[in-house]
Design a protein around this ligand. Sequence first.
Ligand code: UDP
Ligand code: MG
Length: 336
Amino acid sequence: MNEKRVTYSVIVPMYNEEEVIEHTYGRLKAVMDTADKPYELIFVNDGSKDRTVPIMKAIGEADANVRMIDFSRNFGHQIAISAGMDYARGDAIVVIDADLQDPPEVILEMIEKWKEGYEVVYGRRLKRKGETLFKKLTALAFYRLLKSMTSVDIPLDTGDFRLIDRKVCDVLRGLKEKNRFVRGLISWIGFRQTSVEYVREERFAGETKYPLKKMVSFALDGITSFSYKPLKIASYLGFALSVGGFAYLLIVISQRLFTDTTVEGWTTIVALNLLFNGIILILLGVIGEYIGRIYDESKNRPLYIVREVTGHGGDEDAHNEGGERPKHAEREKQMV
Ligand code: UDP
Ligand code: MG
């Protein structure tokens, strides 16, 4: 196997990014060329339906530092990042969005911190430019809610833009959970972590690839992966309602015994019925979110499926354990 030694791997997940990808490649190359060590740029195509793939292939043919992992369909941002880590060969691995919201120049600062001995350097967003008020508010609320729910110290206002050491990458690759919340997993792993601050820019071109539906499922993955608190809500609420209900019963009975008032009630009963049935259904839904994720784990399907790996090295030297294509040695092991 002809493993080329590289010091830095930069992973770029792409979903319909035809408008930005050439520019992103240019900026990344310019930055990484100044890092003075061999590097690779790993572009993961997450089932784009536009011209992302042909554009990337042309770039890969002209630049030996570029590889592209082409998924068979859209598997999602977090899975695309995880696949990039399976293929990365560097001593330090950087994850960056394709839309240039995270300035590539910040990678150099991250590398400096890594050289000082930090094993995780995450980017902390001081400001988010050009994003809707709705996105900013929901993000603000989500990170704080998550923090209040879990004992894992997930830093506020950080995305997946970060550098991790080879050691951290290897541990992360061993965590096989299907509904992945990568930034939380990295916090959970530990090691020496620090941050660099940056201003999140506007998207260079195109639209966000995170519509509300994906944002909600991403948030649910984050919460269910790192907290049982939503499950406990049922017990707390049940307890509070029983106490309240019992107290009210005492009041009604004493009114009946000691006064002339009897509580009338069709409307009250229907309203209370709807309210409590609603609460019960919501709580069943919460339990469902957890059970669905347990079901995903038990099916044991691969995390992603790769159509092809192009660019330097092809897929000869991929050490992809998450995907469908094990190395020869692993294949032999499975056959024994
Ligand atoms: N992305 C992806 N798969 C998806 C959705 C997004 O690989 O299903 C990529 C996208 O191409 C980009 C990154 O994930 O590189 C972040 O997406 P985006 O910039 O649209 O999210 P936002 O910054 O609006 O939260
Ligand atoms: Mg973006």
